[in-house]
Design a protein around this ligand. Structure first.
Ligand code: GLU
Length: 308
């Protein structure tokens, strides 16, 4: 192996649906710290298969750079990689592991479920339709493609959560609008980009078993996972506009600097202030907080001032 090319990579993979908030920035910094502290490259991938807001990608990348994150290869866009996702689906289809599904959300919600079926799992309505039933239903609406999974659960190992067993169901591979599904795209891309370490918010922990199972079916190695705690508002909900200044641009308007925000996020992780390179020696995954960080608006420098 060429020692100049380090093995493996970590990544941050935002959806360009809006500006990054403090939680996203904190997760991105953690992904960088995990990658760098283990000699991995750090990559950024824009997950722009849906929910794209004009200008968001540009601002997201600028904000990552402003808190001191640098990435090691050109940014990859999922929208430019559709043929790869279709290839993967074709591969599974060739093995009889794909079927057409005509269900609406409503039908899925109201379908009777098997007594022991895990909550939220696809009830299998279209799994065993005969050819004539299929032809009939095809006339109604375009089909989505689903995986014919041969298990209902799978276990992944997570660096912060230990062994985690979660639901695997007949997940959607191709949506009925022709767009490849998130679970498929993520698996294909992580493998293609040499990503062997996935650090992301723990709201995605329950997706990891599906993704790792799918990776196995495609003959790919599942990455190492670390699902990190989120930043939440005082009501324990995800940060949103109503929580005041939660993006870098908003905080700068309230008197903060990018370095100040970076240092506050580091402090919330029990880490010293400073450029990220300088923080690396102090980074220890085992010492990370396991609980969400409750953000009460304290980073808006003028938060305590009376409103004009
Ligand atoms: N694009 C996803 C998001 O922004 C993250 C996907 C992942 O990290 O696997 O929520």
């Amino acid at each position: 192996m060429n020692p100049a090319v380090p093995a493996g990579a970590g990544r941050f993979a935002p959806s360009p649906s809006g500006d990054l908030h403090l939680g996203n920035l904190r997760t991105a910094m953690l992904a960088w710290l995990f990658a760098r502290s283990t000699g991995r490259r750090f990559l950024v991938r824009i997950e722009d298969l849906d929910r794209v807001r004009a200008g968001a990608e540009h601002r997201q990348l600028a904000d990552l750079a402003a808190v001191g994150l640098a990435w090691d290869a050109e940014v990859v866009h999922q929208s430019g990689r559709i043929p790869r996702y279709l290839d993967a689906i074709g591969q599974l289809r060739g093995r009889g592991l794909v079927y057409e599904c005509y269900c609406t959300r409503r039908e899925i919600l109201h379908a009777p479920t098997a007594p022991h079926a895990p909550q939220g799992a696809y009830p299998g309505t279209c799994r065993n339709l005969g050819e004539s039933e299929r032809a009939e239903r095809r006339r109604g609406r375009p089909a989505a493609l689903r995986l014919r999974a041969d298990t209902d659960h799978f276990t992944v190992r997570d660096q912060l959560h230990g062994n985690y067993t979660g639901t695997v169901d007949d997940m959607v591979l191709l949506r009925n609008d022709g767009v490849p599904a998130y679970n498929l795209a993520v698996v294909v891309d992580d493998a293609a980009q040499g990503v062997d370490q996935v650090v992301r918010g723990d709201d995605l922990l329950s997706s990891a078993p599906r993704q790792a199972y799918l990776a196995g079916l495609l003959g790919l190695h599942a990455p190492r996972y670390a699902h990190v705690p989120l930043v939440l508002n005082p009501e324990h909900r995800r940060l949103a506009k109503r929580d005041g200044a939660v993006t870098l641009a908003e905080l700068v308007r309230h008197g903060q600097t990018a370095d100040g925000v970076r240092d506050a996020l580091l402090a919330s992780l029990g880490l010293p202030a400073g450029p990220l390179e300088a923080v690396l020696p102090a980074f220890d995954p085992a010492a990370l907080p396991r609980e969400p960080w409750i953000y009460r608006g304290e980073l808006a420098e003028d938060a305590a001032l009376p409103r004009a």
